[in-house]
Design a protein around this ligand. Structure first.
Ligand SMILES: [Zn+2]
Ligand SMILES: [Zn+2]
Length: 284
């Protein structure tokens, strides 16, 4: 097994895909994210090759994908019903990776009212962009990409921000908080997630060399505290290309090294993950 600090999987990509150590990959991107390179069909095929039972497709729901706030730019996230639920033998979930946009923990589009439908007709009952997207997704990952609004914030504020984001009924996962690098009270957020039945993500991409030692140290600390506090985690590759789907070299090495309790890994089986998702729906 490769060391978490020396991921070598970027060096190669072959047909000889090694089986994924986890049954689910619940953080992946398609072409819709604009800086990702594969279609949903290619990601599903890669998931099947990696032996995954379940694939969560979670494109960016963020200002990253369009300079406009118009329903036409987000149709991709509103028509998931056309995807087969079980595709090529893989259970497929409809998700988004939603940007946290302020210290209140609001998510992108929460305050953007849309008055038109996709063909330009006036909406009878206008909804916000977030309400439109939220109607069609199974779950959201909440994460930070542009952290400029956190400058000068107190730990109490950033902690509250993450907790409030987790309180959103469709948010199941707090995404790559170690990599985001915004300081917060780790134990307080982890315990809030536990209380709410939500998951803390251990994200493969956070161990990529460009994020450095700091990201690795923070992610390791978060994983260790999840183990000690009995908080459930989800594993996601954050694949931006199909050949990375199900490839968890660094996450598997880290969890192995710290003897992470397998029963706290929500992605260990599709049944486990779907049960948590179901519990979330019951509470909505
Ligand atoms: Zn992200
Ligand atoms: Zn992502």
């Amino acid at each position: 097994m490769s060391s978490p600090m020396q991921p070598d999987h970027r060096e190669y990509c072959s047909d000889a895909v090694s089986p994924s150590p986890f049954a689910c990959d619940v953080h992946t991107h398609t072409l819709f994210s604009r800086h990702a390179y594969s279609t949903i069909g290619e990601c599903v095929a890669a998931a099947r090759l990696a032996g995954l039972e379940l694939l969560g497709s979670t494109d960016h729901y963020s200002c990253m994908t369009s300079p406009n706030i118009h329903i036409r730019d987000y149709q991709y996230l509103m028509n998931f019903d056309v995807w087969p639920r079980v595709w090529d033998g893989v259970y497929v979930l409809h998700g988004v990776e939603a940007d946290i946009v302020d210290l209140h923990g609001h998510l992108f589009g929460w305050d953007q009212m849309l008055y038109e439908g996709i063909v330009g007709r006036e909406a009878k009952r206008p909804l916000t962009l977030k309400q439109h997207v939220w109607r069609s997704i199974d779950y959201a990952i909440a994460s930070i990409h542009n952290d400029s609004f956190t400058e000068g914030a107190t730990i109490a504020q950033t902690t509250g921000m993450y907790v409030h984001a987790l309180e959103d009924p469709k948010v199941l996962i707090l995404g790559h908080a170690g990599r985001a690098g915004v300081p917060f009270d780790v134990d307080a957020v982890l315990l809030a997630a536990k209380e709410l039945g939500k998951l803390i993500e251990i994200n493969e991409h956070s161990f990529a060399p460009q994020y450095g030692e700091g990201s690795f140290t923070r992610c390791r600390h978060i994983a260790e505290r999840c183990a000690e506090l009995g908080v459930m985690i989800s594993t996601g590759t954050d694949a931006h290309i199909a050949c990375d789907v199900g490839r968890f070299d660094a996450v598997a090495a880290l969890l192995d090294e710290i003897h992470f309790p397998p029963e706290l890994i929500a992605t260990r089986s599709a049944a486990t993950f779907l049960k948590l998702l179901e519990a979330l729906s019951d509470n909505r």
